[in-house]
Design a protein around this ligand. Sequence first.
Ligand code: GDP
Ligand code: MG
Length: 186
Amino acid sequence: QLGDTVHWDRWLCDEGNSYKDFLYRVLLLGDHGVGKSSLAGIFGGVSNREESPGVDHYERTLTVDGEETTLVVMDTWEPDKLDVMKKASAYLIVYSITDRSSFESASELRIRLRRLRQADDIPIILVGNKSDLVRSRDISIEEGRACAVMFDCKFIETSACLHHQVGELFQGVVRQIRLRRRHPPP
Ligand code: GDP
Ligand code: MG
C-alpha cells in the first residue's frame, strides 16, 4: 500500500487515541520550502512528486523493531485547524539548515505546541533538513541539538534530496510514540 492516500476522516477518526491503538498520526510542521512535502513523499514512496500534486497525506505500515505500526503522515498545516493539530500523536518540526528564519519559526512552533497540548506528553522531533547543502549551512548540528535539548525534544538532520536519514526519522517517531504508550501517565 505504498503511497496510498487517506482521507481526512482517517486523520480525524477515533482510532489511535487510546494507548492500545496502533494507528499513529504524524504532523509535519515548519516554514514553506523547508522540505516537508519532500519528506512526506519519501515516506509515502512517491518517486516523482510532480506526478501526485495535491496529495498531502500518506498512510503506510512500517515494521520497526519487529513490530508493525501504521503511520498516517500529513504535511499540510492550516494553523486555524486546531482540531487537526490536536489529533496528532507526534509532531515533526522541520527547518532548513540553510535558513535561519525557518529555524526561528521552529522555536515559535514548539512554543505554540506546548500551549496547545499542555497536558499531554506528545513526542516532538526537531528536523534539520537539507543536510546535503553543506556550503550554505547556516545552522550547525550543535546549534540544532542544543535547541532540541532546550525544547525537550529529539533531534535529527535529514536530506530529503539524498534520502539520507529519512527512514531513521520515521522509525524514530514510531519508537517515540511507542515509548509513551507503553508507559502511559498515571
Ligand atoms: P515544503 O514547502 O516544506 O513542503 O518544501 P518542499 O518539500 O516543497 O521543498 C521545497 C524545495 O526544497 C524543493 O525545491 C525541494 O526540492 C527542495 N528540498 C527539499 N528537501 C531538500 C533537501 O534535503 N536538500 C535539498 N538540497 N533540497 C531540498
Ligand atoms: Mg509542501
